[in-house]
Design a binder for this molecule. Structure first.
Ligand code: C5P
Length: 212
């Protein structure tokens, strides 16, 4: 069983995807980490993230980078949305994600294009969203808890800039797959969002069985 979870930054898609993986006992891949690893490598090698050739050179990143806590920084997220615009970067990361999705027994993947590009055949697809101010409040809380000094307004502006870049790019833009179930987490607690996500996936699985 493949479960695709897509959505914008700080929508709660990572939390929902991890909870689904635990509930259905499936391996989970946070695909944003791959783009973050490319971005971080571009930065470390002092390459230009806007040049496709430079970003491609960083796709061959050291596997240990994936465990680096620095990948979680907001600056790396912003840079990831710059390198992820390049079609050749997306192509370089495609097979790895596809293999993960198609492993025996299935998997949960979260990102921006899982339901549309990586696993259009997924058994269940969720599109997790929340209003920009709610997402900015969550991210601001997370960053200040980690000791970062940043204003809510700056976080909101960053989120809006990232949304615009992720939605406007021509290759694999952030968009809800036609057959994805929407899950708006704006007014939900983590527990409520998790319960709702499990119910939506179960609903999809029952729907698929009855039409098979
Ligand atoms: O999900 P996360 O915020 O970690 O993703 C960082 C950036 O990586 C996103 O803003 C997006 O530009 C890019 N990304 C993508 N496709 C994915 C996952 C992430 O383009 N499947």
């Amino acid at each position: 069983m493949i479960i695709a979870v897509d959505g914008p930054a700080a929508s709660g898609k990572g939390t929902v995807a991890r909870a689904l993986a635990r509930h259905f006992d499936l391996p989970h891949l946070d695909t944003g980490l791959l783009y973050r690893a490319v971005a971080y490598t571009v930065h470390r090698l002092e390459l230009d993230p806007t040049r496709e050739a430079d970003a491609i050179a960083a796709c061959d990143f050291d596997e240990l980078t994936l465990a680096d806590p620095a990948l979680r920084d907001d600056e790396v997220g912003q840079l990831a949305s710059v390198v992820s615009v390049h079609p050749l970067v997306r192509a370089a990361l495609f097979q790895r994600q596809k293999r993960f999705a198609n492993q025996p027994g299935g998997a949960v993947l979260d990102g921006r294009d899982i339901g549309t590009v990586i696993a259009p055949e997924a058994d269940a697809k969720l599109f997790v969203k929340a209003t920009a101010p709610v997402r900015a409040r969550r991210r601001h809380h997370e960053l200040t808890e980690r000791g970062r000094e940043i204003t809510y307004e700056q976080v909101l502006a960053d989120i809006r800039a990232r949304d615009a870049r992720d939605s406007a790019r021509s290759t694999a833009p952030l968009t809800q797959a036609a057959d994805a179930a929407p899950l708006d987490t704006s007014a939900l607690t983590v527990e409520a969002a998790t319960r709702r996500a499990i119910a939506l996936v179960n609903g999809r699985l029952i729907g698929r069985r009855s039409t098979a």
